[in-house]
Write a protein that binds this ligand. Sequence first.
Ligand code: GTQ
Length: 362
Amino acid sequence: MDMTSPPSQASASDAAARKAFYEAIAAHSMTPLWEVLHALVPPSPSTPCQPALWKYADVHPYLMQAGQLITAEEAVRRVLILENPALRGQSCITQSLYAGLQLIMPGEVAPSHRHTQSALRFVVEGHGAYTAVDGERTQMKPGDFIITPSWTWHDHGHQGHVGSDAPVVWLDGLDIPMLRFFDAGFAENGSAKSQAVTKPEGISTHRYGANMLPMRYDAPFGQTSPIFSYPYERTRETLHQLETHADIDAWDGTKLRYVNPATGGSPMPTMATFMQRLPAGFVGKPYRQTDGAVFSVVEGSGTVMLQRGEQSWTFEFGPRDHFVIPSWHTAQLRSAQGCVLFSFSDRPVHQALGIHREERLS
Ligand code: GTQ
């Protein structure tokens, strides 16, 4: 029998006998494989996730309303979760990834805690906020990519003044659903609201971010990158220079992956992060990959066309919009005026398991 097709049609008496049999074994917490095998081992990934787009113009007023309704301290983390429309109630944007938009206002503190889930912060707008990890603070500026390694104390705060730059919003990307799947979540609250600052700001960049490492590298965060802020200033300039002076990939434009400088691998064991620039007039070729990816639009505008089976989607995106491309959906990026896109996915886990697949179509 073809392993991927359901069992062939049974006669009425066979069907009745089987149904009675299924009911008998159900009482013993058993079920027949042959009724579900085709769905368990599908011929190609059949994700329940849907492509989705969150326009910042729609999201922003609700974030500001959340700012009126509850303080960062009371909420602990004042975040609006971006839930995949096909997975409502599960707090996830793909089956393995969580995404949310976090708001912090001047004078507020999001109190110190730690958890086994790894987090990334991608700053969407505003100035004056900081995040602290393991005794070191870093300022959060739009486009910065910042890491909170698993099981490190972290708190966020805002020391800026009331004004148009005051609300600071960032994208939180966490491996919450993955840790839930493994039942490996632990968390603790800190004893102080804000952890003590024990290190000068920027020290981790000096120690680990100059293409050099300490002689006896101590891997302060295990497999996670020892650099905790990757500032946009540097990323932006690099992409600009590459777009001007190097070949542009027909699928991705100019796309770079962020690395743990000590290993060359992804910054976090569970999540890979990327930044790409599409030149003006870019019409990308279609591709699909097993790792579902979440995008945050940094600058410019464009279109992503998605297709899976008979279904297709077209999203027009602009600055601070967010969208998700689920596993094995064919995607094609276009940009008339040029744009910069941040994205993250669970690719390192696929790679560790040897199951990552990518197809670049023409
Ligand atoms: O900032 O620590 O969006 O613990 C979800 C869970 C943010 C955080 C989230 C968290 C955090």
